[in-house]
Design a protein around this ligand. Structure first.
Ligand SMILES: NC(=O)c1ccc[n+]([C@@H]2O[C@H](COP(=O)([O-])OP(=O)(O)OC[C@H]3O[C@@H](n4cnc5c(N)ncnc54)[C@H](OP(=O)(O)O)[C@@H]3O)[C@@H](O)[C@H]2O)c1
Length: 228
């Protein structure tokens, strides 16, 4: 009974799904959106980090699950769990991302499969989630946010798989915005800037951490953009 009352109250708040909430920007978004009173659903592959998120936020309006974005039946399972509690999502932040083989290298030193594995997460994983949500949620009133990168619009050497996967997703977002806006869905890309995260440390290990953004600042900028 108590559980039912709690769930009713949750439904009055806005609900966000944040993919890849276990570290970096995703984890920062989890904290920032929870603090702002949103209901939060999140997932990632690392069980220990999902357990930690559950533990730290045990009295908050959050559901955190283990899920690999690339695996269709993982997505089906978690979406069912999330939707039983929250109903529908107002905002979906496609944050989970894959950098590819490191150290980063020229495209000519890679195999097609090195590109495929990056696209599997950054393009097909995101696409699969969006298509499932569009079917499940019915049309309208959801904002989909693609976490993009300047590597998707500037041709930096050695960023072939990652940069082209971000560019492909950005372009699909522009197409879907034209298709869906009359139905009330919004598709926007958000570049969080260079942040001090696991991914950035792997990509550019020599980079000066002092010049990098704290991911919490990027998460706050994103919240502000969405709430505006
Ligand atoms: N750091 C930067 O400077 C920068 C700049 C521009 C854009 N970005 C973008 O920001 C986003 C977040 O990256 P970050 O910098 O915060 O790096 P990060 O700390 O490495 O975070 C990446 C997140 O993605 C999740 N993830 C990766 N593959 C997944 C999969 N198959 N299924 C589910 N979750 C998956 C990881 O969780 P698990 O490992 O637990 O699955 C992790 O939580 C990415 O899209 C990245 O491209 C970063």
């Amino acid at each position: 009974m108590e559980n039912k009352i709690e769930r009713k109250e949750w439904m009055q708040n806005k609900t966000v799904l944040i993919t890849g909430g276990t570290s970096g920007l995703g984890r920062a978004c989890v904290d920032v959106f929870l603090d702002a009173g949103w209901n939060v659903a999140t997932f990632g592959r690392r069980f220990n980090l999902i357990s930690e998120i559950r533990e730290v936020n045990r009295n908050k309006n959050i559901i955190a699950e283990v899920c690999d974005l690339r695996v269709s039946n993982h997505l089906d399972n978690v979406l069912e769990i999330f939707q039983k509690t929250f109903g529908r999502f107002d905002v979906v932040i496609l944050n989970a991302g894959e950098l590819g083989k490191t150290p980063l290298r020229n495209s000519s030193d890679l195999e097609p499969n090195d590109f495929r594995s990056v696209f599997e997460t950054n393009f097909f994983g995101n696409l699969s989630l969006i298509l499932k949500l569009l079917k499940k949620q019915g049309k309208g009133n959801t904002t989909y946010v693609h976490i993009t990168s300047d590597a998707g619009s500037t041709p930096y050497p050695c960023w072939g798989p990652y940069g082209s996967s971000k560019a492909a997703m950005d372009f699909l977002f522009r197409i879907m915005q034209t298709e869906e806006e009359k139905l009330g869905n919004r598709f926007i890309s958000f570049d969080p800037g260079d942040m001090n995260t696991e991914m950035h440390r792997l990509a550019l290990p020599g980079d000066d951490p002092d010049r990098l953004k704290n991911p919490c600042d990027s998460a706050r900028e994103l919240l502000e953009l969405i709430e505006r």
